[in-house]
Design a protein around this ligand. Sequence first.
Ligand code: FAD
Length: 293
Amino acid sequence: MKLTEIFKKNTYSLSFEVFPPKTDDVYDSVKTATEKIAKLSPAFMSVTYGAGGGTSRYTLDIARGVKEQFGVESLAHLTCVSSTRDTVKERIAAFKAAGIENVMALRGDIPKGMENADRSTWHYRHAVELVRELKESGDFCIGGACYPEVHPESGSQSEDIRYLWEKVEAGCDFLTTQMFFDNNLLYNYLYKIREAGIIVPVIAGIMPITNGKQVERAIKLSGSFMPQRFKMLVDKFGSDPEAMKQAGIAYATDQIIDLFANGVTNVHVYSMNKPDVAAAIQKNLSSIIGKNA
Ligand code: FAD
């Protein structure tokens, strides 16, 4: 099923993300985590794609398993920046052959050491090129990434939104946001993109921070602003794993309830292959999920 059909229902929904194993030896543990998360019956599950090779091999495998074995709709990620046109064409054909209907079209991060390279020779420079290719090559439901706190490479938010508009015009059916820890940043951003004429569904991406070490990495990757309330929580509980887990789940739950109360209907949880975290958040919202928005 295309995810747009799910978004049309206008009911409060939660979806979860898994990432494929980086090495073969942990494949089974990722499969087990995926199965446990699928058993929560989320609206859909996304499977990330490693930009520089690495975890990309298993994306299709896991996305297909989620759909066929566990009966949960899947969203397979695909990046393009370090790929050739032929490789991307092959991947798209493989997605199609496997019955994947939903693809998240991403540029991917620029590989280390290539930041200052001559980009004129690259086969792909921006996600919009992949969106066009997916649109031409099949009947996919296409997602794109968006950044309430501006993509780190953008000169300004208005420039970022202008390129986002182009990406949506090229064929994105929905957008998923980068993680954020202050909902007001999202509300502000939604107002601006709607005003710019971007009217596709926007899925809010929420990252539950459940251990102190994860904070630094998450902030480094996303450049997200940490509200004082969140900083206090990490300072206080960051060194106590069980306490931090409980506090992180509570913070994410609180964020999601506020989003639902303010007109956002679909939330994607960056569940990081942690079924217990996904289950705890879902349980906290059990009387809300599935209700009409
Ligand atoms: P783009 O849309 O190409 O944007 C990148 C930058 O280029 C922005 O600054 C934008 O404003 C600018 N830009 C866009 N179009 C143009 C243009 N035509 N001309 C000039 N500038 C332009 N990474 C992975 O490796 N694997 C994953 O599975 C993955 N999943 C993700 C899921 C979500 C929801 C998000 C938010 C990010 C994900 N990422 C993933 C990270 C993503 O690949 C990086 O953030 C990357 O740096 C940008 O990807 P993009 O698709 O947003 O790129």
